[in-house]
Design a protein around this ligand. Structure first.
Ligand SMILES: [Zn+2]
Length: 88
């Protein structure tokens, strides 16, 4: 009977250790993983300026409708460059 109790305690300890490891894995797979270096800002979608290649937030940048798609620019200068020759 004592032996059965010891085995039960041992199983509980193993189970606890197992769950702790599993929790750590889930946490690592969740929000705390390293983000790709390609994404400039977390949670914000950035659009690429077709002229100079700078990533700009669509809400605050200058935009131009071209060929059915919206193009975003970092500055008036880039917008004018694109407008002058859209195939840069
Ligand atoms: Zn630009």
């Amino acid at each position: 009977m004592v032996r059965a109790l010891l085995v039960l305690i041992l199983l509980l300890l193993v189970a606890r250790a197992f769950w702790r490891v599993l929790d750590g894995v889930i946490e690592a797979a969740g929000g705390t993983t390293r983000r790709s270096a390609r994404t400039p800002a977390r949670g914000m979608k950035l659009m690429r300026d077709p002229v100079c290649g700078t990533f700009v937030p669509p809400g605050t940048s200058r935009s131009l409708m071209a060929g059915g798609t919206m193009q975003y620019f970092c500055s008036e200068k880039c917008l004018e460059t694109y407008r002058a020759s859209p195939h840069v």
